[in-house]
Ligand binder design. Structure first.
Ligand SMILES: [Fe+2]
Length: 278
């Protein structure tokens, strides 16, 4: 009875980075501070944390990090967001917690490893961010996340598939002003964000990032002085506001980004500040 009560109390608490286990199976880096192939942050949430060094001049020695988020759905299958490189250690670690059932490519930037996952797990369902499947049909994504949207006009709300067991919600965030000229007519931002209800986790790819205080000045400058004003001004369209509103109506506390350390509480305030709504 006591065990059940503890379990129930834990289920509503926000996830936090748990104490580092004695066993480390990867180098300890800023991007993988616990040196693990899979880092558990909640009963049903793991992060596959890896270093990532951009090829951009001046940033080649800066580890900006990269994380896949692995969710165990109510049916026991694993839902993998923004997959990282699939190596034997990761395959083995995943096999210990459940079968890979869903492979999600949330934006166009984090698609590099999707093909190897789709090949490795042919029974898994695979989803591409809106527009990507049509652009690269050879990769073999089974469906587009666009098919889950309620409307065709880029509306924020979407209907998660029943096979996700009611554990996840999704919302498409994009700017609706196609950039022209040198950048072509491709919209600047196109990402689907997810809310994992049992852990109160908002899973974001590039919508929010979290670099360390002592980060390289170039990275900080690029993100804060170039990207952030674009997010907060150029992309603030009606559809952007609608997406933001949908996200903020979710009851999340924890922010799990692809780049940087997760935030274990007050995720809403952090996101609101970052996107210039506060
Ligand atoms: Fe990214």
């Amino acid at each position: 009875m006591l065990v059940l009560a503890c379990k129930a109390a834990y289920a509503v608490a926000p996830p936090v980075r748990r104490p580092a286990p004695a066993l480390r199976d990867r180098p300890v880096t800023w991007s993988n501070p616990q040196g693990r192939t899979l880092t558990q942050v909640h009963d049903d949430v793991w992060l596959a944390e890896r270093p990532f060094y951009p090829t951009l001049p001046g940033l080649q020695n800066t580890d900006v990090g990269c994380k896949a988020c692995v969710i165990r759905l109510p049916d026991g299958k694993l839902w993998v967001h923004a997959p990282v490189a699939l190596d034997p250690e990761l395959r083995a670690a995943l096999a210990e917690i459940g079968p890979v059932g869903h492979i999600v490519t949330p934006n166009t930037e984090h698609q590099k490893f999707a093909p190897s996952w789709i090949l490795e797990y042919p029974d898994a369902k695979s989803y591409a961010c809106p527009g990507l499947r049509e652009k690269k049909p050879e990769i073999g994504w089974q469906s587009s996340l666009a098919e889950l949207l309620d409307g065709t006009d880029g509306v924020a709300s979407a209907a998660p598939p029943a096979v996700w067991g009611g554990a996840l919600e999704l919302c498409w965030v994009r700017d609706q002003v196609p950039l022209t000229g040198a950048l072509g007519s491709i919209p600047f931002f196109n990402e689907v964000v997810f809310f994992h209800r049992p852990s109160k986790t908002l899973i974001v790819t590039d919508l929010w990032w979290n670099y360390p205080r002592e980060t390289s000045r170039l990275w900080k400058f690029g993100m804060d002085r170039i990207y952030k004003p674009v997010y907060n001004r150029l992309m603030r369209t009606e559809s952007w506001d609608a997406s933001y509103s949908t996200i903020m109506n979710w009851d999340f506390e924890y922010l799990a980004p692809t780049h940087g350390e997760p935030v274990a509480a007050d995720g809403k305030a952090v996101l609101a500040r970052h996107l210039g709504y506060e």
